[in-house]
Design a protein around this ligand. Structure first.
Ligand code: ADP
Ligand code: MG
Length: 263
């Protein structure tokens, strides 16, 4: 925790001057309610550029809500968020410009069923980034190759296994050249035999230096790949630190209870 403490102090100092320094994600005192239900109760979270952070915690603890606040799929009541240098909580934010920098992969892959695998990976490049069809195709094929699915480019998503569809979703996100990738339980909806392929792609992405914030129940992935693990419960960060420390010797009873259920 020594190193991460230092980097979050640096990030805090930079944010006082109105930008987030080298922090890819910088969240302070974030509160989010649905009606009377306060789901996020003062979250502080940092992800440094190039860092891989796994967010763990029981169902209902607010992990998805936190991720959704980061790219403004949800609006928080209070607190500050910056992502990739954009102040997400600034009312004048250019939402589209911010979202272009952030790739998101969901539990349900959300591929377009009526488009081919290749078209799924080119459509936003052309529409949002204004790339030519040829360039978009070249970039999409390179990313499909990266996830081992260039041979499936002409097929429809429904012809693929769940794990293959999730790998397409990752290739689609990568085709937008994101600075940061958010993953929300990317393997939770998959058949067990396809989970390993998706985790291997994510591990490769981490090795390539991608900044990643990953909500997952895959503790061996978190232990092996994450630089840092953040444990959330009841809308607060209970504990965080080096992956091996939090998973190997948790300091809080709530963390121990959670880990005893998932390990
Ligand atoms: P997690 O991803 O950790 O399982 P969520 O962020 O999905 O947790 O949900 C946290 C809490 O917020 C849960 O109690 C959930 O029922 C509630 N919640 C999430 N989304 C909504 C919504 N759109 N409206 C009302 N309550 C919601
Ligand atoms: Mg969730």
């Amino acid at each position: 925790p020594g190193a991460s403490r230092a980097s979050s102090d640096d990030a805090a100092a930079a944010s006082d001057r109105g930008h987030s320094g080298s922090a890819a994600v910088h969240v302070r005192d974030l509160h989010k309610s649905y009606g009377d239900l306060e789901v996020l109760r003062g979250i502080d979270l940092d992800v440094a550029t190039g860092e891989v952070v796994c967010l763990i915690g029981p169902s209902g603890s607010g992990k998805s809500t936190l991720l959704r606040c980061l790219n403004l799929l949800e609006s928080p009541q209070s607190g500050t968020i910056s992502v990739g240098g954009f102040t997400v909580t600034d009312p004048d934010l250019d939402v589209d410009a911010m979202r272009r920098r952030v790739g998101m992969v969901f539990q349900q892959f959300n591929l377009f069923p009526h488009l081919s695998v290749l078209e799924n990976c080119t459509v936003s490049q052309v529409k949002v980034l204004k790339r030519s069809k040829e360039e978009a195709k070249r970039i999409a094929l390179a990313n499909l190759e990266r996830v081992g699915l260039e041979a499936k480019a002409g097929q429809r998503p429904t012809q693929l296994s769940g794990g293959q569809q999730q790998r397409v979703a990752i290739a689609r996100a990568l085709s937008m050249d994101p600075d940061l990738m958010l993953f929300d339980e990317p393997t939770s909806a998959l058949d067990p035999e396809t989970v390993g392929d998706v985790l291997a792609i994510m591990r490769q992405l981490a090795d390539d230096g991608m900044t990643m914030l990953v909500v997952t129940h895959e503790m061996s992935f978190a232990r092996d790949v994450a630089d840092r693990v953040v444990f959330m419960d009841g809308g607060v960060v209970v504990e965080q630190g080096a992956a091996r420390e939090v998973i190997g010797s948790p300091q809080h009873e709530r963390t121990r209870t959670f880990l005893s259920r998932v390990l």
